[in-house]
Design a protein around this ligand. Structure first.
Ligand SMILES: Nc1ncnc2c1ncn2[C@@H]1O[C@H](COP(=O)(O)OP(=O)(O)O)[C@@H](O)[C@H]1O
Ligand SMILES: [Mg+2]
Length: 339
């Protein structure tokens, strides 16, 4: 549940954004109000409130946008996704503001956003066959008879590249491979006709052909919704997204237009990610982390979380956490842009 009464201790005075100097450059997003607007999102452990899993995260998403979220394991990507879905664990407390279609998240019908999880087993019901589960979801949206819902279920299974949808409808999750279950889960998310689709590493378990099929499908559907896509594959991030956000130790350290972030990264962490493997080599580009370790949430100190791994650390980096700032096309949280 989002706690709207941000306590003084958790206020994030270092969140500042300013807009300037973008004349002549294409807008990063379509016009109009954002579908999703996140401001100062801080997530802490309920029994240890000084431990921040997310720290003053801030970004917007508009209809039709594909926003890729990258960052190494443990940086807070899944916590961010589940917070936006309003299904964060009860061990966590959330501060800040999330607006969906201009209203606080808690006031919005949950069915307007859907999530594809990394592990389908968390989502699919083991004791119901696929047909039952898909029909149930389709009928929950309303307006269709059982027979019509079955037909729509078959269409959805075709859309996600399942060759024999009728036989698949009769199967149970344990009778299918992880990749097949992943496709079923994507079909189920799409059945909800969501305005926001959150995909938490949905294609990492899939072979390259299926992965492409799913990404092409999302490409066709994206005009009707916004997609927040968590991935470890920098190639997907660069080729498919409009914008890339880089999460490091719970903080969005860089965010901006995909081509700019990939080709002229400003944060030393983003530079390390994108320099490790040439971004256009044509193969899946797994996220390669720089030397050193991501600090655990309990070990994070004042100052920049990346300081211990950075070659350009200044004195200020050790005691003042840099804010995400810049132009909408590319914003960065770093004190030493000269490094
Ligand atoms: N319910 C929880 N209780 C305590 N720590 C948690 C909880 N959920 C996540 N974390 C911690 O938050 C950090 C971010 O986790 P997560 O969002 O799953 O990372 P990512 O998805 O980027 O790999 C990790 O250090 C993880 O151990
Ligand atoms: Mg995760």
């Amino acid at each position: 549940m989002m706690d709207q009464t941000t306590s003084h201790a958790l206020e994030a005075p270092y969140v500042r954004t300013f807009e300037h100097g973008n004349a002549g450059r294409p807008a990063i997003t379509a016009g109009g109000p954002p579908l999703l607007s996140i401001t100062g999102l801080t997530v802490v452990l309920a029994d240890q409130p000084e431990t921040r899993l997310l720290d003053a995260v801030q970004f917007d998403l508009r209809k039709g946008e594909f926003f890729a979220l990258v960052g190494e394991s443990g940086s807070g990507k899944s916590v961010l996704c589940s917070t936006i879905m309003d299904v964060a664990s009860s061990e966590l407390r959330c501060f800040g503001d999330i607006q969906f279609e201009g209203r606080p998240l808690s006031h919005v019908d949950r069915r307007r956003r859907a999530m594809i999880y990394q592990q389908p087993s968390l989502y699919l019901n083991p004791v119901r066959n696929i047909g039952f589960q898909l029909r149930e979801t389709i009928q929950m949206i309303g307006g269709l008879s059982k027979r019509e819902a079955s037909e729509r279920a078959v269409d959805l299974l075709c859309d996600v590249g399942i060759d024999d949808p009728k036989a698949t409808m009769r199967k149970y999750p344990h009778e299918m491979s992880g990749g097949m279950n992943q496709r079923v889960m994507i079909a189920m998310a799409l059945a909800m006709k969501p305005k926001l689709l959150i995909a938490d590493e949905p294609t990492s378990a899939l072979d390259v052909t299926t992965q492409k099929q799913i990404l092409d499908l999302l490409e066709r559907l994206r005009s009707d919704m916004a997609i927040l896509f968590v991935t470890h594959d920098l190639g997907i991030a660069l080729q498919r997204s409009d914008r890339i956000g880089v999460l490091y130790a719970g903080q969005l350290v860089e965010a901006g237009r995909a081509d700019l972030v990939a080709r002229t990264p400003l944060h030393p962490y983003t530079r390390a990610l994108f320099s490790a493997i040439p971004p256009l080599s044509g193969h899946p580009r797994r996220l390669h982390s720089p030397a050193g370790n991501l600090p655990e949430p309990t070990q994070r100190q004042a100052g920049c979380n990346f300081a211990s791994r950075c070659s350009g650390t200044l004195d200020i980096c050790r005691h003042t956490r840099p804010a995400l700032q810049g132009i909408p096309q590319q914003a960065v949280a770093c004190h030493n842009l000269e490094a």
